[in-house]
Design a protein around this ligand. Structure first.
Ligand SMILES: Cc1cc2nc3c(=O)[nH]c(=O)nc-3n(C[C@H](O)[C@H](O)[C@H](O)COP(=O)(O)OP(=O)(O)OC[C@H]3O[C@@H](n4cnc5c(N)ncnc54)[C@H](O)[C@@H]3O)c2cc1C
Length: 457
């Protein structure tokens, strides 16, 4: 019987199977905080769906754990390898296969990054609207995590924008689901089952993505408020206005100070306003025409003032872009400031004031620093937790998850469960549901080789 390295090499070629020191440190982790890096035994770089399926068949036969890897920017530990395991990296499957301007879809391989897709769709006046903060992320990773991002308030998350998939199964077959159409009532929706499954069911080898016309005019308004409660109460009203924000983000005062400082960004807010503002709303609108945009921005400004904003700043294009960019990089700012964990609990947006009050209470009780920002329009709160003591930190995280779930929410809105939140996920989810999920997992992956330890232990 040939050794495993030889079996893998026969599929993708010797130069595309790496072992030992040839595997760079980058592959040993994703961006999840407080996790030690682990190098896998093998890293394979396939080029076709058929090769992926054959790799999976070998792994199933040999009982080797497989971790799919896009760009490794995930925040839940779901693309971190297993020791003795195989990482399948999609870096060579990185072609935009088609931009179909009549059906408004893109067909891509999983290793294409959001940045690359954005450049290609821009050439055709179209846009793929799922826009998580890290544009180096791959489409395969986005599908694995059901990525969201700032524009979900208007266009939805990955789940709402993937029409079909080609995927390799651990049993060695390649299947196609969905297609270049927006609806189907034809059996179980396997596309939706695979999206957000964090590499535990099947590996995506191609995806059909929904595209939209790229609207040429965008305007951004920054509104400081006295406190988070005011911001949280304003959010449903902005949604209610019919202005259809493209972005509706909240940033707490400390986070705003930190991200603008690290981006060297001056927004022209007078010191006396800054000193008394503990929370901000950032609202971006887009439009087909400049006149319509101006009208909407003026209406938005009035609305925000009525809702208690201390002032309303319409940001010039470059400042707006810098602020959004700094907000997208808030994770790295929090990491540099010593954050020990980042979570992204989601709750119904109207429950934001109650949730934020609970967050303050939990932080105080546990002598822990908790700050954040988030996709307020989606009720998706990103909290940086600064607490070095592991036990206290775990207690804080659990209390935050409990609070979110009590308000009708869920542990994660977009980052996923990964390996970080398995215990909370299993303990806080209806056992009948967890059991059904385990049986679905077994149906896809009878040998249990795809990302073991992610979602379930
Ligand atoms: C600064 C920063 C900002 C971020 N902002 C956001 C945000 O606003 N919204 C958001 O949702 N996320 C955000 N993220 C998290 C991250 O960018 C997303 O989770 C992204 O979807 C991960 O893509 P990736 O290619 O890096 O995936 P990876 O980390 O490589 O993998 C993520 C998951 O997908 C699986 N996977 C990868 N490829 C495949 C495949 N071909 N088939 C099946 N499964 C696969 C992996 O096994 C893993 O489970 C942010 C991260 C950073 C660092």
């Amino acid at each position: 019987m040939a050794d495993i390295g030889t079996l893998l090499s026969e599929i993708v070629g010797t130069e595309h199977v790496l072992t030992g020191d040839a595997i760079s440190e980058d592959y040993a982790h994703d961006e999840a905080l407080s996790r030690d890096p682990v190098k896998p035994a093998f890293l394979a770089r396939p080029q076709t769906a058929e090769q992926v399926a054959r790799l999976l068949k070998v792994a199933s036969g040999q009982g080797i754990a497989v971790t799919a890897r896009g760009s490794g920017s995930g925040l839940s530990g779901a693309s971190a390898p297993r020791e003795n395991g195989l990482v399948i990296s999609f870096e060579r499957m990185n072609a935009v296969l088609e931009i179909d301007t009549e059906n408004h879809v893109a067909v891509v391989q999983p290793g294409v990054t959001l940045q690359e897709l954005d450049e290609r769709t821009a050439e055709k006046g179209l846009v793929y609207t799922v826009y998580p903060g890290e544009l180096s992320a791959s489409l395969g990773g986005n599908i694995g995590t059901n990525a969201g991002g700032m524009r979900a308030i208007k266009y939805g998350v990955t789940r709402n924008n993937v029409l079909g998939l080609e995927a390799a199964l651990p049993t060695g077959e390649v299947i196609r689901t969905g297609g270049k159409f927006v609806k189907a009532s034809t059996g179980y929706d396997l596309t939706q089952l695979i999206i957000g499954s964090e590499g535990t069911l099947a590996l995506v080898t191609e995806a059909v993505l929904k595209l939209h016309p790229r609207l040429p005019h965008q305007g951004t308004v920054l509104a400081p408020f006295t406190d988070l409660d005011e911001v949280a109460r304003a959010v449903p009203k902005v949604v209610d206005s019919g202005l259809g924000p493209l972005i509706l983000e909240y940033i707490d005062g400390l986070t705003m100070g930190a991200i603008t400082y690290s981006a060297q960004l001056q927004l022209g807010i007078p010191d006396e306003v800054k000193e008394t503002s503990h929370a901000y709303l950032v609202v971006m609108l887009e439009s087909r025409t400049a006149d319509r945009l101006d009208e909407d921005i003026a209406e938005l400004g009035e609305l925000l003032s009525d809702l208690g904003a201390k002032d309303v700043y319409v940001l010039p294009g470059p400042s707006a872009r810098k602020l959004i960019d700094a907000r997208e990089k808030a994770f790295f700012t929090a990491k540099a400031a010593g954050a020990d964990d980042i979570i992204d609990t989601v709750i119904p947006r109207a429950a934001l004031p109650e949730f934020m009050a609970k967050v303050r209470e939990i932080a105080q009780e546990n002598n822990t620093f908790v700050i954040g920002c988030g996709h307020a329009g989606d009720g998706n709160v990103h909290l940086a937790v600064l607490q070095k003591d592991h036990e206290i930190r775990e207690r804080v995280l659990r209390a935050l998850f409990d609070a979110g779930i009590d308000l009708g929410g869920a542990i994660s809105g977009e980052h996923g469960i990964g390996r970080k939140h398995v215990k909370s996920f299993v303990e806080l989810t209806d056992p009948a549901k967890v059991d059904l999920m385990r049986r679905i997992k077994t149906a896809f992956d009878p040998a249990g080789v795809l990302n073991p330890g992610v979602l379930f232990d």
